[in-house]
Design a protein around this ligand. Sequence first.
Ligand SMILES: Nc1ncnc2c1ncn2[C@@H]1O[C@H](COP(=O)(O)OP(=O)(O)O)[C@@H](O)[C@H]1O
Ligand SMILES: [Mg+2]
Length: 388
Amino acid sequence: MSSIEVKNVVKIFGDDEQKALKLLKEGNTKEDVLEKTGMTVGVNNVSFKIKDNEIFVIMGLSGSGKSTLLRCINKLIKPTSGAIIIDDKDITKLDKKELRELRRKKFGMVFQSFSLFPFKTVLENTQFGLELLDLEKEDMEERAKESLEKVGLEGWEDKYPDELSGGMQQRVGLARALCIDPDILLMDEPFSALDPLIKKDMQDLLLEIYDDLDKTIIFITHDLDEALRLGDNIAIMKDGEIVQIGTSEEILTNSKNDYVEEFVKNVNRAQVLSAKDIMVRALELAYEVDGPNTARYKMNKNGISSIFVVGKKRELKGLVTIEDVTRILEEGETDLSTVLKQTTTVGPDTPLNEIFEDISKMDTPLPVVEDGYLRGIIVKATVLANLS
Ligand SMILES: Nc1ncnc2c1ncn2[C@@H]1O[C@H](COP(=O)(O)OP(=O)(O)O)[C@@H](O)[C@H]1O
Ligand SMILES: [Mg+2]
């Protein structure tokens, strides 16, 4: 773990950074600078401290400067001015060799795009970062296996990325970063591309492994829910500046300006729950190609009295009940589709009150469907619990 201090960091994109810097110092805004010089202020006079062993979240809308700030911290780009002090050393002043060392060992990076190599196995992808470290082959493999275990991918070492779901691919991305055992983990919107349920799983995984990790994490997101869930401290960025830093509680109760308040209002609106917030994963699904025996076996195993039937890609086809399936088995019928029933469905954004109306009339769970695909199911008990 490491402590990090960012001091008055400015990053300007353009051909005369110093000229734009001068304008900023004279009190011009990002907009003024763009108008007068055509140059973009990526990060504008940002300062903060991160204690070792905390999750520090940087949140802001797209274009607010989050990624640029992160790249300044891992020295992929050089700030126009300011200092970045890691463990009492200003890393903007390192020589080339020190810098290379720092990048290799100090930081682990996880990006939104999983950036896995399609023709490398899960194990090879995981140990990729180690190849620069001059280790024995067995050592590399051992470390890669260890980190795959940490992210729950034991047994997947020899698969290729396209055999994995999006969530699993991002677990490989995380394992790869953990593998080099960096002091600081930099995560740039790592879960933004994932489905809501998978996203929650990944947040849980991160919080779970974080306890044993002894690492400082900088986590970028544009999602306030995610920020509140993960962050020990949250910095909110707008137009390259930090407009507020605080704990979840501080941000929620004492929003410092309209921009932050607008974010917070959006969370409160989300607390008026919709389907995607209360859906869960179906315990088990039947596939179109399954026969009645398989369907009955799946229902019995999970103690459920009906099961949703889906196509290969989870297109919802309908549902079958244990009574119907048992009956056709007795009749010697082998085609499940003869007892397939249509069911009411809702979309991910259907609000709770509408869900309540639908589900109160049903004796099966309510499927949440988006573009024809089954995203999750809602059970009556959850709806009732959330209404009270
Ligand atoms: N390489 C670049 N060249 C010019 N402008 C850039 C470059 N990278 C980012 N910017 C600009 O800097 C600002 C911040 O971008 P970025 O850090 O990517 O925001 P975020 O990650 O919050 O979406 C934006 O106005 C963007 O257009
Ligand atoms: Mg970004």
